[in-house]
Design a protein around this ligand. Structure first.
Ligand code: HEM
Length: 522
C-alpha cells in the first residue's frame, strides 16, 4: 500500500505541472491515497483484534454498487483478499459497516448468542419498509419494553412477536400435539388436484401438444402450485374469492422485492409497489370480512389474528404482517421444487435411481408420505444437496454490546451478515468439489448436515423447514410418479442462476433459461 502511494507520486507531480488545471484533481487523488493508506493499513495494524475492512475507493458509498450487482462475487473477492483465512472481516456499503462471518464455527457462536446479538431490528425494519405503521411494529415487538429474549420487562410476558413465533412452531413442527400434518395435508390435496393434465391444460403456462400431453414452463408450474397451495392453507377460499389471481400478484411482488430490500425510490419501483399494494388490499379486505367466512384455514391464521388484534392492530397492519408469512413460504418453495426437479432431469442415472427408490411409496394415487420422507435416503440426500448449492441468502444480526467472535472484537452498533453461500462452498468443509452438485454428498457423510445452513440457525432458524422438506419431497415424488417428464425441446441447457438480486433463501433462476418440459401421464 505504501509502495502504491510512492509509485504514484511522480505521476501526480507531472500531471500537476503539465496541466495546472488538474492540480486540484491531483491533490484529491493524493488525499484519497493517503486516506486509504491510513484507513486500511495504518489503523488496522494498531488494532489487530478489529475485523479487517475490505478496502474501497469511494468514502461512504464503499462497496454498495458491487454488492447490488453481484453480492456473492464481492464477498468471495473480499474473503480471498484476506487470504481465505475466514476470520470475520468487514465491508462498508452506503455508509453502513457490516461484519462478514464465513466460518461455520463462528456462525454457530453467533447463532448461540441471543444476549448481545439480536435480530428483531431487521424484522422491524422490513415491516416498516413494507408499510406497517410504527405503532403496530412497536406494540408487536414491545419496543422499549422487551428484553433480548422477547419478554416484556415490566410484565415478564412474551411479546406478540415472540408468541407468533411459538405459534409457527406449533403449526409447523412435527411432534406430539403439533399441527404439521394439518397444514401438510392441505398442500398434498392441492397437488393431487392440480397435477392433472385436464387441469394443467387450462393454465396459461401450458400448451397442449397432442396425444394428451402438455408442455409447461417448469418455473411457472412450481410457482403456481406451491404458492396457491400455501394460500389455500393459510387463507382458504375467501382470499381466492377476493382476488382470484392473488398468488400471481404475490409472485409479481416476489420477483421485484429486491427493489424493496435495496430501498429503491418509489418512482423507480412502481410495478413492485403496485403488486405489493394489491396484495395488501386483498388481505386487508380478507381480515375485514366476517370471521365465519374464513373458517377454512389452518390454526395459525386464526391464532395469529387473535393475538394481533389484542395487541391493537387494525386490518391493514394485520394484512401486512400476514403477507410476510405468505411471501416467506411461497418464494422458497417454488424455487426449491424447480431446482430439485432440474437437477434430477439433467442426470438420467440419478433420476432412474430416485424413481426406483420412491416407487414403493405409491399405490395407485395413494402415497405413503412417511416412506417418502424417511425411507428414501438418496432422494432426501439429493434435496439436501439442492439446497446447499442454491441457498444464496444470509442470516443477519445486530451487535448490541461489543462481542468477541472468532478472535475478533465486533463492536456495538454494527451489523453482522452470515452469507450461506460462502459457507456452503467452503472446501475445508465440503471438499474440493464444493462447487459441484454431488447428489449423494450428504448420504455418504451425514455429518455435513450440521454445515448446511439453508434454513439459517439460532433463534431465527426457519420455522417452516420441516414443512418445506416434507412438501417438496412429496411434490417432486408425485410429479415424477405421475408424469413421464421430458425436456421439450430436447437439448435445453441447465438453467442459470440470477445472482444479481438478493433473495430470502434460495436463488432465483434467470427467466430466459427456464425449462420447458413435456408431461405425459404414465
Ligand atoms: C425451501 C424452503 C424454505 C427455505 C429455503 C427457507 C429459508 C428461510 C431462511 C433462510 C430464513 C431466515 C433464517 C435466519 O435468519 O436465520 C427463514 C425464516 C422464516 N421462514 Fe423459511 N424457508 C423455507 C420455507 C418456509 C416455509 C414453507 C415457511 C412457512 C410455512 C417458512 C416460514 C418462515 C418464517 C415465518 C421465517 C421467519 C422466522 C423468524 O424470523 O422468526 N419458511 N426461512
Amino acid at each position: 500500500m505504501i509502495l502504491d502511494v510512492v509509485d504514484k507520486l511522480p505521476f501526480l507531480y507531472e500531471t500537476a505541472n503539465a496541466h495546472p488545471a488538474s492540480l486540484a484533481a491531483a491533490f484529491i487523488g493524493l488525499a484519497l491515497l493517503l486516506w486509504r493508506l491510513v484507513k486500511f493499513t495504518v489503523l488496522p495494524a494498531l488494532d489487530p483484534n478489529d475485523p479487517k475492512e475490505y478496502p474501497y475507493w469511494v468514502p461512504v458509498v464503499g462497496h454498495l454498487r458491487a454488492f447490488t450487482k453481484d453480492s456473492q462475487g464481492l464477498l468471495t473477492r473480499a474473503r480471498l483478499h484476506f487470504k481465505d483465512v475466514r476470520d470475520p472481516f468487514s465491508i462498508t456499503m452506503g455508509g453502513q459497516k457490516f461484519y462478514i462471518v464465513t466460518k461455520s464455527k463462528d456462525v454457530s457462536t453467533v447463532y448461540r448468542n441471543s444476549k448481545t446479538l439480536t435480530f428483531e431490528i431487521f424484522a422491524q425494519e422490513i415491516l416498516v419498509d413494507l408499510g406497517c405503521s410504527q405503532g403496530a411494529v412497536n406494540s408487536v415487538y414491545g419496543v422499549g419494553h422487551a428484553d433480548s429474549k422477547g419478554l416484556v420487562k415490566e410484565l415478564g410476558a412474551k411479546t406478540p412477536a415472540k408468541k407468533t413465533r411459538d405459534m409457527h412452531h406449533h403449526q409447523l413442527f412435527p411432534g406430539a400435539g403439533n399441527l404439521i400434518n394439518d397444514i401438510g395435508s392441505v398442500f398434498v390435496a392441492y397437488f393431487d388436484k392440480t397435477m392433472d393434465l385436464q387441469w394443467l391444460k387450462t393454465q396459461f403456462y401450458a400448451n397442449e401438444v397432442g396425444n394428451g400431453a402438455v408442455t409447461v414452463s417448469l418455473w411457472d408450474l412450481n410457482s403456481d402450485l406451491f404458492t396457491n397451495a400455501a394460500q389455500e392453507a393459510y387463507f382458504g377460499q375467501k382470499l381466492r374469492s377476493i382476488n382470484p389471481a392473488m398468488a400471481w400478484t404475490m409472485l409479481e411482488f416476489d420477483d421485484l422485492a429486491w427493489q424493496l430490500m435495496f430501498k429503491y425510490p418509489p418512482f423507480l419501483s412502481r410495478k413492485m409497489h403496485a403488486a405489493k399494494d394489491q396484495a395488501f388490499d386483498a388481505l386487508e379486505q380478507y381480515f375485514a370480512s366476517p370471521i365465519e367466512q374464513r373458517e377454512d384455514t389452518v390454526w395459525w391464521t386464526k391464532a395469529f389474528e387473535m393475538e394481533m388484534r389484542s395487541a391493537g392492530l387494525g386490518d391493514r397492519d394485520l394484512a401486512i404482517m400476514a403477507m410476510t408469512i405468505y411471501w416467506g413460504a411461497s418464494t422458497n418453495l417454488r424455487k426449491g421444487g424447480f431446482w430439485f426437479i432440474a437437477y434430477l432431469l439433467f442426470d438420467p442415472t440419478l433420476l432412474a435411481l430416485i424413481q426406483d427408490e420412491i416407487a414403493p411409496a405409491f399405490n395407485g394415487r395413494e402415497i405413503n408420505q412417511d416412506y417418502l420422507t424417511k425411507q428414501c435416503p438418496r432422494f432426501q440426500g439429493a434435496w439436501e444437496e439442492t439446497m446447499r448449492i442454491t441457498a444464496f441468502s444470509s442470516s443477519v444480526r445486530f451487535v448490541t454490546e461489543d462481542t468477541v467472535i472468532g478472535n475478533k472484537l465486533l463492536r456495538k452498533g454494527y451489523r453482522i451478515m452470515m452469507p450461506y453461500r460462502q459457507m456452503h462452498l467452503d472446501e475445508s468443509v465440503f471438499g474440493p468439489d464444493a462447487e459441484d452438485f454431488v447428489a449423494d454428498r450428504f448420504v455418504k457423510n451425514s455429518g455435513l448436515r450440521n454445515h448446511n445452513m439453508t434454513f439459517g440457525g439460532g433463534a431465527t432458524q426457519c420455522p417452516g423447514r420441516h414443512l418445506a422438506t416434507h412438501t417438496i419431497l412429496v411434490f417432486v415424488a408425485m410429479f415424477l410418479h405421475r408424469f413421464e417428464v421430458t425436456l421439450d425441446p430436447p437439448g435445453q441447457l441447465f438453467p442459470q442462476i440470477n445472482e444479481a438480486h438478493p433473495v430470502l433463501g434460495l436463488v432465483d433462476v434467470k427467466r430466459s433459461s427456464d425449462l420447458k418440459v413435456q408431461l405425459r401421464l404414465k
